[in-house]
Design a binder for this molecule. Sequence first.
Ligand code: GLN
Length: 468
Amino acid sequence: MGLNEKPMHELIRLLSVKEITIREIIRDLYRAIEERETDVRAYLELSDPDALLKEAERAKDLPLKGIPIAVKDLISTTGFRNTCGSQFLRDFRPTFDATAILKLKAAGATILGKTNLDEFGMGSSTENSGFFPTQNPFDLERVPGGSSGGSAAAVAAASAICALGTDTGGSIRLPAAFCGVVGVKPTYGLVSRYGLVAYASSLDQIGPLTRDVRDAALLLSIVAGHDPADSTSAAQGNVDYTQGLEAELKGIRIGIVKEFVETLSGKASALSKKWQEQFQQLGARFEEISLPHSKYAIPTYYLISAAEASANLARYDGVRFGHRESDESVLTMYALSRDAGFGVEVKRRIMLGTYGLSAGYADEWYKKAQGVRALITQDFQRAFQSVDVIMTPTSPTPAFKLGEKIDDPLAMYLTDQFLVPASLAQLCAISIPAGQIDHLPFGLQLIGDRFQELNLLHAAFAFEQAWS
Ligand code: GLN
């Protein structure tokens, strides 16, 4: 087994006892990248291996010992472009590091490269990248999920040890599930959004994509915590999320969502019964819960996220940064630059969002969606009075084929149906690999109440250890 296939916590241990060197880790990583990258295409930009090694050697006395981490190309990282998967920003070089990146570097991580994504995070398959689609390492004819598809595919192909992604409405959890890796969407406000290019600011969160739950807990412990540079950052974090992972699970109450169960395919339902048995053997108790407003989650999410996106993306006008098409007059320049720089899906979202917010329509669309968001949040609050975590499949099906849904935006949006309710309610959630359907990885999602990451990771860890 190459060192690139091992989890980060194991590599840290081996480095500490001097059984391996960081040079060997980097060598194995680049070997895998050489072998897999032409097919998988997870990266938009890679570090130079010699420069990376030098940096890693400088970090050898810090907790992460120089271990290279892949970063979604939506998070500002000095030394790399930050394209956001968009032609608009294909040459954009950020001048500062996001807080999450600063924290990683301070803990001794190095940056391996920037990973592919759906443009500005808008998509569920990475096919909306303005550069090229990423392929699923398990089956190159299939999508890796999105929008953090490059990060998930890199970890799954062992061309990264772990990665950062971002999740607005499922973009860490879905690719984690499709690629058979672990992905955590932290509670809104737990990880600073400073330096994360905004898609939908009331939903966006940075989180880890890793080989196992312990690595996810480790990375989360590093990137979480209050940041005065982000006004929505919570006074939370500074917690070691790896603590207590091994404790017994006994007594945990797990909710099963009545409305979701009714929609499951035969195969997904059979697998989720097995998950339930596994958790019961670990001492968990199950309870059926109801999230009656979750059936409105997809329209609510796609209205609110598009509305916020239309406002956030107004800054790309060809003036300050990014693509500039013509300068005949200011208005033509805006129009031509935006037309040439943005892809089809981004334009669709901007138009939907602008419509939903426009005078005369905002009450009917945007304000109504905000009302439904409050109802969805209340459903969860009620549920968390009787259960500790909620279990669902991460997605209705395993990874679909490239091209299968690209011309049908509604079918694409429905991929997120089990994911967006927790996003709207700003809760924490994790996807862990839990069996296969049709020989493809299938993910189990656990949703926890706000800032209950310790509980969530504890349950996920216990399951991961027991499940075979
Ligand atoms: N698929 C969803 C969307 O397109 C989620 C994206 C995300 O979480 N960034 O909006």
